[in-house]
Ligand binder design. Sequence first.
Ligand SMILES: NC(=O)c1ccc[n+]([C@@H]2O[C@H](COP(=O)([O-])OP(=O)(O)OC[C@H]3O[C@@H](n4cnc5c(N)ncnc54)[C@H](O)[C@@H]3O)[C@@H](O)[C@H]2O)c1
Length: 339
Amino acid sequence: MKRLGAAIIGCGSIHGVHADAIEASELGRLICVVDIVEERARASAAKYGCRWYVDYLEAISDDEVDVVHICTPHYLHASMAIEAVRAGKHVLVEKPVAISISQAQEMVQESKKHGRYIGVCFQNRFNLEAQKAKEIIDSGKIGAVKGIKGVVTWFRTKEYYAQSGWRGRFATEGGGVLINQAIHTLDLMQWLGGGVKAVRGNVSTYLLGDVIEVEDTANAILFFKNGTRGIFYATNCYTTNSPVEIEIDCEKGRLRIYDGTLIMEQDNSCRCIVNEKVRDTPYKSYWGKSHAVLINEFYQAVLSGNPTLIISVEEAMESLKIIDGIYKSSSTGNVININ
Ligand SMILES: NC(=O)c1ccc[n+]([C@@H]2O[C@H](COP(=O)([O-])OP(=O)(O)OC[C@H]3O[C@@H](n4cnc5c(N)ncnc54)[C@H](O)[C@@H]3O)[C@@H](O)[C@H]2O)c1
């Protein structure tokens, strides 16, 4: 089978996960990497045996490149993705899809206009425990979802923000714990619960206010289209990166996702449906282990012309709408309709 040529833009902390997944996939081949910091681009190219550039426009005009992976700071996602589809490339963009809903809408228009796919890295949807939870909910065997809880208690230091200057600022990161760390959990909650209609919430900066202008803590109630109610809490002020907790309260029982496990509680019994610890990953354990699955599915979709397994910009926009709603609610005190 033809292997798709890949370019990675941004050679920072996440890019090795993409490069390793492309190398491991039988569907892709890394053609080039790009970073405005030349040493980073050179070092990555030496490691993976590919070309390097400092200007991303050279990568997207490279004839051997079919798919562009965008692993840059958040504020660059939309403009780089749009340039890439205009140049005829398919795009896999790291989360968040963009830093505003209007940017994401423009990405949808441009990808349709140029007939190219844009997929978004919400790799946690491919975690076995999440897949299995979705399957159980959709099968109806545990009844309708009544409530869903998401809790993210992580920690980020001052050094983390100092390392990459784009973090901690609205103009470049687009927000704080909501858009960077907790967006995966918001995406899983809205995907498992059936889509959010309105939100009420609050954001605060409790601990890191001397280094960041964005929030380090947020909480919200999510009102789903189907009547489900969600509660959500996220903070970067804890002392460790605890595993994310998601609990789904259904008419006939309860599902709990925690640290690679899926537990089902029904009729006073408790069953472990999935038990997949991710501690042995070479990367940060809280990134999970599903980037490679997501990347392979994206390549499969491009090669087959069947996008069903791509997490589209429209889908990824749902978490952006929730975040935008929480900010608006926090400043007005109102319930905000988002859909
Ligand atoms: N899916 C996940 O679980 C996950 C995990 C970590 C990071 N991410 C996302 O990946 C993206 C990158 O995060 P990171 O932690 O690797 O950041 P980083 O700061 O470590 O790396 C970003 C890199 O982009 C480069 N860059 C900046 N402007 C550029 C430009 N114009 N052209 C080319 N290169 C440029 C920087 O020099 C830097 O090397 C972010 O969107 C982040 O949210 C996702």
